[in-house]
Design a protein around this ligand. Structure first.
Ligand code: PLP
Length: 448
């Protein structure tokens, strides 16, 4: 039996949607099906504006262009993410500054973000990993306080909420992915959402090859012409209609994923000595885009992955951290060579932030566990602790060779070496699920 990691949930509704769009549209972007999709996205997320685009990657590029990021600017991003989160900054000639994640839901650590802010910092890109909110509310409070923009790379997060608020709607711009691996998919696609009219207007022009096409079609201007910089990020109307059909049963899709996640957690709870199961923070409604366990030992993780593959199960690790990649090291080296980073400035980070709910000052810590010294704040079960943080902040790398990994990101390194994703998609049958669990158990019992 072969069980892939992910599989799109496409059925008759998506087939009908594709055929309908083939029959009744030219397939070009921005037709009636794209407009319909934009309407469904604003309704789902509660944001005022939505623009379907060719991918989440392009949506992030669009966001950085609209926010006017350029040379000399710094944007704080996670290292435990897809290259798109950092490339959108690099493509503007600006510098991504990598910050660490917290070890429970793998979102940016608010304490670590705060300590990396300098006078050059323009904003933060937060990734709600696996559709979990992490500390997004504290990050938003920090950004507001420091006058920074907040963009959510919500590639994973369609249909995921924190206390009733859709993820991807906490910042200035949120960007979703409809790639073939995502909960809602058309193969390749994405969308940006925003509440800000100024950003919406800029993005409408930029993604339309720098023209005022949208205003022209709306009858606002009488000539359609070149008014600024831009490129083409139009999602085909055919793909837009497939996404629309998928959104009509997003509740079913995410409910099925939730059932699978519950099944895994129930069946694998006895192995808490070997790995941590995913935890849902209070108030979070994840969409279970990913079901990931965190092994206590890297050697066990590697052995487990090899064995699963032999047994036809596509279990997988996730992002190789960007800060220690070839490109990440080059960036770190060049920033220090140019003397752009002031280590002293980075160490002088604030120790408190205003909590959005209470309006009171809240102490920032590097990780949740330090704020919750009893251990796991969610279930009261102790979790695997990441290593202690070397001080001060990896700045020692200043005197090291050019390609030294500058920022010390111990949680990122810890997580990437131990994390395993198990297959999760609505089409998994009970027989297949039982097979996965049986193979996991046999592997753990025989080898670990
Ligand atoms: C966090 C994150 N951001 C961006 C992307 C890129 O999405 P897309 O393939 O739609 O460009 C991905 C892809 O999986 C991702 O995981």
């Amino acid at each position: 039996m072969y069980i892939p990691l992910t599989k799109p949930y496409w059925g008759k509704a998506e087939e009908r949607a594709a055929v309908e769009a083939l029959r009744h549209s030219s397939g070009a972007g921005d037709g009636s099906y794209t407009k319909q999709l934009a309407g469904k996205l604003t309704k789902l997320t509660g944001m005022r504006y939505a623009i379907p685009v060719t991918s989440c990657t392009h949506g992030l590029e669009l966001a950085m262009a609209a926010l006017g990021i350029g040379p000399g600017d710094e944007v704080i991003v996670p290292s435990f993410t897809m290259t798109s989160t950092a490339n959108c900054v690099v493509l503007r000639g600006a510098t991504p500054v990598f910050a660490d994640i917290e070890p429970l839901t793998y979102g940016l650590s608010v304490g670590d973000v705060a300590r990396r802010i300098t006078e050059r910092t323009k904003g933060v890109i937060f990734v709600p990993y696996a559709g979990m909110p992490g500390d997004i509310r504290a990050i938003r409070a920090l950004c507001r306080e420091r006058g920074l923009f907040l963009v959510e790379d919500a590639a994973h997060a369609i249909g995921a909420y924190d206390r009733g608020k859709h993820l991807g709607t906490f910042g200035d711009i949120g960007v979703f992915s409809f790639h073939g691996t995502k909960n809602v998919s058309c193969g390749e696609g994405g969308a940006v959402v925003t509440d800000r009219k100024d950003l919406y207007d800029t993005m409408e022009i930029y993604r339309a090859n720098g023209t005022n096409r949208t205003a022209f079609l709306a009858g606002i201007v009488d000539k359609y012409s070149w008014v600024g910089k831009g490129t083409s990020y139009f999602l085909s109307d055919i793909l837009a209609n497939i996404v629309s059909a998928q959104l009509d049963h997003i509740t079913t899709i995410n409910k099925k994923r939730n059932q699978i996640a519950l099944y895994y957690s129930k069946q694998l709870q006895h192995y808490a000595g070997l790995f941590d199961l995913p935890r849902v923070p209070p108030g979070a409604q994840p969409n279970w885009h990913i079901y990931a366990v965190l092994f206590k030992k890297k050697t066990h993780r590697d052995l487990f992955l090899r064995e699963m593959r032999k047994r036809g199960i596509d279990a997988a690790y996730h992002y190789v951290p960007l800060h220690s990649s070839r490109m990440g090291r080059k960036l770190a080296g060049s920033i220090f060579d140019q003397g752009q980073l002031s280590c002293a400035a980075r160490r002088a980070f604030p120790s408190t932030v205003t909590a959005p709910e209470t309006g009171k000052r809240r102490v920032l810590s590097r990780f949740f566990p330090q704020e919750n010294p009893q251990g796991d704040p969610f279930l009261g079960v102790p979790r695997t602790e990441p290593p202690a943080v070397p001080a001060p902040d990896g700045c020692a790398a200043k005197s090291e060779p050019r390609e030294a990994p500058c920022p010390a990101l111990p949680v990122t390194d810890f997580v990437w070496e131990r994390l395993v994703r198990l297959p999760i998609y609505p089409g998994l049958t009970s027989k297949q699920l039982q097979y996965v669990v049986q193979q996991v158990r046999e592997t753990l019992q025989a080898y670990i």
